[in-house]
Design a protein around this ligand. Structure first.
Ligand code: GLU
Length: 382
């Protein structure tokens, strides 16, 4: 569904936590290397956002492009090991340029290099999320990229559009800004079709919207509109809005705040269902929790699953894994009644089942969640 007019949801100041993804073509010139004055203008905008009370995360591309400029590598396609070496050289230089730019505003940056597994596996995902949350709490600006120098082609994102969308959903950010050399979505690729119509707002990503994404990637960037629409699906289905705008001018974020031309993607109105879909969609469970009739009734009335309601635990699961919740009462013994994300490792779970949540500290020697499975992390089978 497409909306004709922009409205007030499409205003930067309405979003508290913002992920800004920067495409390689904006940051790096093939001949001259890093575009330092552009970077300084971007960071000036980000410093202002932070002073206004926003939380800002940066997902920056550019390591491979910058590394190849520094190393003077040939034009054209690089072999995997060449692009990994280029990423290694480029990333260290990119990170130090960010730090210099941030320091001018008395800001500190923290580098996080992620691989696909860090965002796919729930446990690693929770750990990465905790680090990023802590950086934000400490006032540092997380600067995130894919760990290109170790990720092999089979197990990498390859484009930072989708990586940025995963980072945005992982951190329950309110808005993902994709800054690239494309100013938004058109009804057809504008370089091929002069009648292409600009789309200011996308309410839902339908197959009609997907069909509009031709391939308008540039030599320096891996994504085109296709990966941007993919990013939009990831972000909006989890409740994060997204905006695509050109970052070619100086001060691109200030421009966006002043209603620069852009395509805004509305977040889904029912974001919790996205997480539940993720839970229900897992093929394998790592363990089982067995409950009696009373605890099952509590789940059906919308409560979380507390350790006290569990009779028995089986399996070798870790905190953050998906477990099946199984009935033990006579009427439905052995039936799976729900699935959920478990808040404790199997060993810890065994020790605290049947106990009140207030006893967790004494039993384990540390506090954890009061719930074994929080109701937001739970999907009932029927
Ligand atoms: N991670 C890649 C880099 O830093 C960029 C991927 C992309 O172009 O989206 O060079």
């Amino acid at each position: 569904m497409i909306e004709e007019k922009n409205n007030q949801d499409s205003t930067l100041k309405n979003f508290k936590r913002i992920v800004i993804k920067i495409g390689s073509a904006l940051l790096v010139d093939r001949k001259t290397g890093l575009k330092t004055s552009w970077l300084n203008s971007l960071i000036t905008d980000i410093a202002l956002l932070k002073r206004q009370g926003h939380e800002v995360l940066i997902v920056s591309s550019g390591s491979i492009a910058l590394g190849r400029a520094i190393l003077g590598l040939k034009q054209g396609r690089l072999k995997l090991e060449e692009s990994q070496a280029a990423a290694s050289v480029g990333q260290i230089s990119l990170a130090s340029s960010y730090l210099e730019a941030l320091a001018k505003h008395n800001l500190v940056g923290g580098q996080i290099l992620l691989t696909l597994g860090d965002t796919q596996e729930r446990r690693r995902y929770l750990n990465a999320r905790a680090t990023i949350e802590t950086l934000l709490k400490l006032g540092a600006v997380p600067i995130i990229n894919e760990n290109d120098s170790v990720a092999t082609s089979e197990i990498r994102y390859g484009d930072n559009d989708r990586l940025a969308a995963r980072v945005a959903t992982m951190t329950t950010s309110n808005l993902l800004v994709l800054l690239s050399d494309i100013d938004g979505l058109y009804s057809a690729p504008p370089n091929e079709n002069p009648n292409a119509k600009f789309i200011p707002v996308v309410k839902t990503i339908t197959s009609q919207i997907e069909a509009m994404a031709g391939d308008v990637g540039t030599e320096l960037s891996s994504g085109g509109m296709v990966t941007k629409i993919e990013a939009g699906k990831i972000a909006t289905s989890a409740g994060t809005a997204m905006v695509i705008t050109s970052g070619k001018k100086m001060h691109p974020i200030a421009a966006l705040a002043n209603d620069e031309k852009a395509t805004w993607f509305k977040p889904s109105e029912n974001p919790i269902s996205a997480k539940r879909k993720w839970i229900a969609g897992q093929l394998e469970v790592s363990g089982k929790l067995f409950l009696d009739e009373g605890a099952i009734k509590a789940l059906h009335s919308g409560k979380s699953l507390l350790p006290a309601g569990i009779n028995k635990v089986s399996g070798d699961f870790k905190r953050g894994d998906i477990v099946a919740i199984i009935a033990t009462s006579d009427s439905n013994v052995g039936i799976e009644i729900a699935r959920g994300i478990v808040a404790y490792d199997a060993q810890e779970a065994c020790k605290i089942v049947g106990h009140k949540s207030t006893e967790i500290l004494d039993i384990l020697g540390h506090t954890g969640r009061s719930e074994m499975v929080h109701r937001d992390d739970l999907v009932l089978s029927k």
